[in-house]
Design a protein around this ligand. Sequence first.
Ligand code: ADP
Ligand code: MG
Length: 669
Amino acid sequence: MTHFLLQPFDKFVKLADFSRKAIKRCCSGDRAVDLLFHFPTSLQRRSDDANNFTDKDKLTVVLKITGHAQPRFKSSPYKVYGETPAGDTITIIYFHYNAAYVRRSLPIDGVFTVSGEARKTAEGIQMAHPDAIAPAASFQYYVGSEPVYPLTAKLTNKTLRYAVNALLKVMPEIDDWIPEDLRQKYELPTFTEAVRAAHNPKTSEDVMLTNPARRRIAVDELLTNQIRLKQIRESMTRMRTEPFQQTNEIIQRLRLPFELTKDQLSCLEDIKKDLASGRPMNRLIQGDVGSGKTVVAFISALIALENDAQAALLAPTEILALQHFYNIKKMSENLGINVDVMLAANRKYRFEQIERLKSGETQILIGTHAVLEEEIEFKNLGLAIVDEQHRFGVLQRLALIKKCKYPNVLAMSATPIPRTLLLGCYGDLDVSTIKTKPEGRKPIETIVIGASKIDELAARLKKMDSQIYWVCPAIEESETLTTVDERREYLTKHFSAEDVRALHGKMKAKEKDDIIRKFKNGEFKILVSTTVIEVGVDIPNANVIVIEHAERFGLAQLHQLRGRVGRGCDASYCVLLYRYPMSEVGKQRLQLMKETSDGFLISEKDLKLRGAGDILGKEQSGFNTLKFSDFSSNEELIKIAEEISRVIDDKTAEFLYKIFSRINEDVVA
Ligand code: ADP
Ligand code: MG
């Protein structure tokens, strides 16, 4: 019988169809485990004392409705007056109201439990758009602390809580895969206990990794990762490879428009040695944003080609894959080699593409996750390059290695990680570093301003006559975040409509490509986009980047985004627009961005500031493919996971893969 965790959650929880769909979307899956692994990120306190509540609390009161006041103008709020049993008057306020609806839900003389964000004003306590209106008798249900879950569109915290609790009620005791002695040694609760406790935080510390329940789940995830790393290591050592020598047969015709930097050259030396050794290469190139990793990878690919092998380059987004394709095409102009690109979107040519790969006609294949699909076979893949390595899960790397005839892997990353942690995330690999950037780069000036100054900013930008990236955090997800379309709309008040174009991850590959190309050609001025432009996009003539809700992004991600500018010869600017509320950590991050552009320093600080719970979702966390922990801050947990991994048998390993798979192997693009 299918394990409880792997069965659909709606088998155990009664839900309206649209709720089920919304939960499925929110938890990225429909299995019990998908819902159970969707943990709260904070705790909301609801006070029952109208005379004593703080800014952070919500207020719950029993109200007898005493009056309604519909304003003369639609632009003013609708007010409902009510009285508490203690005799305090509270005003409920609705903007953009539907008067009939309000009158129906809060009729005069009715008595209700009302709960929501409240403010003390000169005219008494006001509560705008209460988040609960319930019968007076359910008062107790809205007092105290409740877990707050990350939500997506069309889903309320209440519905999600209901579903989780209903599922927890029927969850059986699950056989634990971590033996008791190890659990005791590391003070880990059982899996069942951990899941229950993680959904019932008592204090705001309980949603952090320091909480034993969260630690346990993190260990399980890292454990799964460790088992996979072992698998990769084993399969790589089983495979043989042949020494590749640089013959210069192709490389002698290569004409680059620049000289390679000293660090690029020494990286290449490392790679040449690896490839000539006859043992599988497993090397990571670390180099700050814009340090020129791509060309190093390209030359390495040419060495593989000179030895009659093929090369593949895997990129995390379609935009980036296409960009690599165009650049590599250009650099290969007079080399007489065949380069192809494969995206999930263009299925039309798939069959021919596979034929050309199998016959060896295609020598370099660039692509997204589409390259990893089962049906994609190479004739003799001799070098697998993974760009922006941190965006890929272990399983994806494994899938690529399995396609290799000669298992040589070259990974690239702009996010430097301490050596000890490298072992935890990537297993055993060698590292080369590009420290210096190509000469002639102008520093980027970083400006931090409040979002209320947006009009002034737009006016200034208009005068500058620059090409501008304008980044917004989401497309439709939530109302409080500025969306790409809204922002485009706004900007057309300052700029002509043809000068502002929008780009987001959900567009078709061809559309995205078209827009990026036009932007590169200077055909329009402002590219409003989500973070799809985050990694790797290289458009030298754009010299301003505006990042909205900068306070929500992690440092690594801000640095990546900022790295989109400063690539040409003009002075460049990065404008960080923030909004309140902003956490202390958020403030420190923005300050640091202003102070330094040293990627290594930034990632060092990032490790220290991380984990304060302002994660926007896994795409935005910028760093890793883990959901419950983070390679960078969990050296201790990685060690524990490593120890436990030794006692896990193959069957359990398979089960763990299943539990964690849908979460970790999601496509990032
Ligand atoms: P990243 O390391 O972030 O992937 P890229 O490989 O995209 O950086 O390189 C950034 C830009 O620098 C590209 O436009 C590339 O052509 C250019 N570039 C690379 N190496 C050099 C060099 N040695 N001198 C001048 N420009 C270079
Ligand atoms: Mg790059």
